[in-house]
Design a binder for this molecule. Structure first.
Ligand code: NAD
Length: 266
């Protein structure tokens, strides 16, 4: 899939890995519809990073609210008709983290409602976005220049916590495990439509999500990477998104971005 002249819907694009991806795709001539629930952050990036860009537009959307998300996806699709830059796919980067042990120090179970919130955003939100975008892609006529009959690509964001969740990551790791497990069946479901599905599984990246981690803990986490022994940068994540979009043979895969780490106990 060519990036230039195509529009990509990017959830969580107002910050971190999503924002880095928006910058990368826009720099390659792609159009980007940023969908994020943080309206203030959206306004900030639109008046800052993208102030001169006609190829990036912000839409307020909460991925855990199906109706609200569908309205935002449809508004983004309407924008593609105005610009004449058809939909090329989506990156589902909206996500939340929450840390709590299964039992607290007194042996009480952790909050089910917080667990459910993580699942609503990371799992249901991801699936809702994918199914909506896939249906809009399926409705688009095939690009005659595309010999493989590719209609689009959907990139999910899992995590190494899907398999190597640390203490307190039952909800987060569980949600990212669900995202990873959706990848192959969704790729198989959407193959007849010429839509690829790929998941990226980052280890530790410098973003707002990891900003609150203490320096000491960050050093311990970075030491779990073989090479390079540091947190990844959003631009490095974005380069992988760009590569996956452009490489049609990559499908149904879960790609780790982890400096050869296997996360252990802290
Ligand atoms: N940073 C890391 O080390 C790391 C590692 C592995 C996976 N990830 C995953 O990468 C993705 C991006 O995370 P990040 O590190 O860039 O975090 P971030 O906090 O910088 O960005 C997340 C964005 O998602 C948005 N968001 C949250 N809930 C939303 C909702 N319900 N609807 C719409 N938007 C919502 C936030 O407003 C924010 O802009 C997440 O899915 C995260 O789990 C991050």
């Amino acid at each position: 899939m060519k990036i230039k002249g195509r529009t990509f819907i990017l959830t969580g694009g107002a910050s971190g890995l999503g924002l880095g991806t928006a910058q990368e795709l826009a720099s390659q001539g792609g159009y980007v519809a940023i969908l994020d629930r943080d309206e203030e952050a959206g306004k900030r990036v639109m008046s800052g990073t993208f102030s001169y860009s006609k190829s990036v537009r912000f839409f307020t959307a909460d991925v855990s609210d199906a109706e609200n998300l569908e309205k935002a996806v449809d508004a983004a699709v309407t924008w593609t008709k105005e610009t004449g830059k058809p939909l090329g796919g989506a990156v589902s980067a909206a996500g939340v983290a929450w840390t709590a042990k299964t039992l607290d120090r007194s042996g009480n179970p952790s909050s089910i409602s917080a667990f459910k919130t993580v699942m609503d955003v990371n799992v249901i939100g991801t699936y809702s976005l994918c199914s909506l975008v896939a249906s809009r892609l399926a409705a688009q006529p095939l690009d005659k220049l595309n010999e493989d009959g590719e209609r689009g690509v959907i990139i999910l964001v899992s995590s190494v916590s899907a398999l190597e969740g640390r203490t307190g990551q039952v909800a987060y790791g569980g949600s990212k495990g669900a995202v990873a497990s959706m990848t192959l069946p969704m790729a198989r479901d959407l193959a007849p439509w010429g839509i690829r599905v790929v998941a990226l599984a980052p280890a530790v990246f410098d973003t707002a999500m990891t900003a609150a981690i203490s320096k000491k803990t960050k050093n311990k986490l970075a030491a779990m990477l073989e090479f390079p022994r540091r947190f990844g940068q959003a631009s490095e994540f974005a380069k992988m998104v760009s590569s996956v979009i452009q490489n049609v043979i990559v499908n149904g895969a879960i790609i780790r971005l982890d400096g050869a780490s296997r996360m252990g106990k802290l």
